[in-house]
Design a protein around this ligand. Structure first.
Ligand code: FPP
Length: 246
């Protein structure tokens, strides 16, 4: 059952970006290895993506692996990459059925070849899908994304510095064909952005849940959206200016 009235549904975010934190702590608090947490985290990815579709939220972006996560133990990294490959293989059929287009942001060259191949193949196979948009941030870092954008701009000689504005600059980011996130959710009670979409989230609302990612279930996701729809987004304007626009 849709928990939102039709008036509330109009206010739902277009793009939700999620920092899926706390898999390790969730597992360790149950006396299980960290990978058990990641495996349950993947199950939760399915649940949140399904809920987003059911509610009509067209863009979901998930921080699945940061550049800083490269410092994790080798066994954990390779376990995560195998889970990613397994997820993509298992989900391809439903992505095609449901019209989900997969994208990735981040430095895919830094992934193990088997994982990179699975990601690139899924991106290719789903590229004509138009209904829903799932983006995985993989080996991603916002600062690195900005540096790569500036580097590629400096290598060109057809860019007029005078004409540069945010609109132009954002065309050089990996998120160029995504809208800015409206809502950034972070689980596990940490109040940090951890190098995730730092520029794109300039005006995003931030919601921090105390729950670890594997326990951030449908109800918790809906709770974060209920909170979001009551936020007043002013984008630097005054309350009166916003009221006069509506
Ligand atoms: C944070 O928990 C989570 C990660 C570093 C990885 C998130 C990845 C997944 C949920 C699985 C792969 C994703 C897809 C889309 C298949 P943590 O390990 O930092 O937890 P901790 O802070 O408690 O240690």
């Amino acid at each position: 059952m849709n928990p939102f009235t039709s008036e509330e549904s109009q206010k739902l975010p277009n793009h939700v970006a999620i920092i899926m934190d706390g898999n390790g702590r969730w597992a360790q608090s149950r006396g299980k290895p960290r990978l058990f947490g990641h495996r349950n985290g993947v199950e939760n990815v399915r649940s949140v993506v399904n809920t987003a579709r059911e509610l009509g939220i067209p863009y979901i972006t998930l921080y699945a692996f940061s550049q800083e996560n490269q410092n994790r133990p080798v066994a954990e990294k390779s376990g995560l990459m195998k889970l990613l490959e397994e997820f993509l293989k298992l989900e391809l059929r439903s992505m095609m059925k449901d019209g989900i287009r997969l994208r990735a942001i981040g430095d895919l060259e830094g992934l193990p070849p088997f994982a990179r191949k699975a990601v690139e193949e899924t991106i290719e196979q789903t590229k004509e899908n138009k209904d829903w948009n799932l983006t995985l941030a993989l080996n991603y870092g916002s600062r690195q994304e900005v540096v790569a954008a500036v580097k590629s701009m400096l290598q060109r000689n057809d860019i007029d510095p005078e004409s540069m504005d945010w609109q132009n600059f954002s065309e050089h980011l990996q998120t160029r064909d995504l809208p800015d996130p409206d809502l950034v959710i972070r689980t596990s009670g940490e109040f940090r952005l951890s190098n995730f979409l730092l520029l794109q989230a300039a005006y995003a609302e931030i919601f921090v849940s105390p729950l670890h990612w594997p326990e951030f279930d449908r109800g918790a996701f809906i709770g974060s959206l209920k909170d979001y729809i009551h936020r007043e987004r002013r984008f630097g304007k005054t309350r009166e200016q916003i009221a006069s626009l509506t």
